[in-house]
Design a protein around this ligand. Structure first.
Ligand SMILES: Nc1ncnc2c1ncn2[C@@H]1O[C@H](COP(=O)(O)OP(=O)(O)OP(=O)(O)O)[C@@H](O)[C@H]1O
Ligand SMILES: [Mg+2]
Length: 320
């Protein structure tokens, strides 16, 4: 018979997993891990009455009899009942104890201990060390308690280990730099918002503050629509770093004639089509500037415009 199945039988899947861990444990754990150390003992000249009192106070069902640390015998509850029955309760234990009881060695594996319990049908075994000194006493209950205790500890360790792995994975993820880049075609109103959407997804996955996410999204979206409406084409790159999002919008022209003017609220050169589609309020660049922690714009007529904006991830702030 498989010793652990008699100890921890169960039918559910978790139970099955526990048993496989328990099966390993019964081989790894020793009798000394499960036994009660320094058990209460009595001497050969103590009376059976003394043992009866010991059993009553401590609720033991067996007391080893020793001399100078060496095991001589054991007195069990049955012996006490007999002594009471037959009238020798006041006689010394050496007359009535079971001599040379079967013992277990402290270094035996629990699997061997369980086999010995099955073989002899005893309720307990005295445990001796290499020099035959009594070092403990063990019952089936001690074995079960010890296994349950170690299983719980293993389970807790597994949970803690998993948490560490998850934290490491999250840290790796955070440290990774993600680059989202899209080519923007002039007049391609339908594609507006592409970079901004993908960037927001990465930021959301990283658990970035919603205010920071919104600001980065506004910058990317406004820069994208400006390239669609006001240029012959360009590209937007959003680089997500551990501490900030960097957005670069670079186009191929025509360039901004007067950057100061372009940055003024309400200033717009948008044509009728763009206005019909809801653009042209002259609020794009001022909004980008407001949402950025770092904002630079360089433009050269005939060559193009480079807008550079950074949003710091750590400090959230309110947009006015
Ligand atoms: N990349 C660019 N290339 C050339 N001109 C630009 C560029 N970005 C902005 N501009 C000029 O600056 C003006 C102001 O831009 P801003 O984004 O603030 O407003 P808008 O695009 O006109 O309107 P809104 O953004 O409110 O829809 C634009 O009308 C345009 O003349
Ligand atoms: Mg605009």
């Amino acid at each position: 018979m498989n010793p652990t199945s008699s100890l921890l039988a169960g039918s559910g899947t978790t139970e099955k997993r526990r048993i496989s861990v328990a099966q390993v444990l019964v081989y790894e754990l020793r009798v000394r891990d499960a036994m009660t150390k320094e058990p209460v003992t009595a001497g050969p000249t103590d009376t059976m009455r003394t043992i009866q009192h010991l059993m009553k106070t401590h609720r033991f069902s067996g007391v080893p009899i020793t001399q100078n640390g060496c095991l001589l015998g054991i007195v069990t509850i049955e012996d006490i009942i007999n002594a009471l029955d037959k009238g020798h309760i006041n006689e010394p234990t050496e007359r009535w104890m079971a001599r040379d009881p079967v013992t277990l060695r402290d270094h035996y594996s629990l699997v061997r201990a369980v086999a010995e319990f099955d073989r002899y049908g005893f309720g307990r075994f005295p445990v001796v060390d290499g020099s035959d000194k009594l070092v403990g006493i063990i019952t089936r209950g001690d074995i079960t308690d010890c296994l349950v205790h170690h299983l719980e500890r293993r389970a807790e360790e597994a949970v803690a280990h998993e948490a560490v792995l998850m934290a490491e994975r999250a840290a790796d993820e955070k440290a990774r730099r993600v680059v989202v880049r899209t080519q923007i075609k002039s007049g391609d109103f339908d594609s507006a918002g592409k970079v901004s959407q993908r960037m927001r997804q990465v930021l959301r996955e990283r658990g970035i503050d919603p205010d920071v996410r919104r600001r980065a999204a506004i910058i990317a979206y406004e820069a994208e629509t400006n390239i669609i409406i006001h240029t012959i084409g360009g590209q937007i790159t959003a680089t997500i770093l551990p501490d900030k999002v960097v957005i670069d919008a670079i186009d191929e022209g025509p360039g901004i004639e007067n950057v100061d003017l372009a940055l003024r609220e309400g200033w717009s050169t948008a044509g009728p089509l763009a206005r019909e589609l809801g653009f042209g309020a002259g609020m794009g660049l001022p909004n980008i500037k407001r949402c950025s922690d770092v904002f630079e714009i360089k433009s050269e007529m005939g060559r193009g415009t480079h807008l550079h904006a950074e949003v710091m991830l750590e400090k959230a702030r309110m947009v006015a």
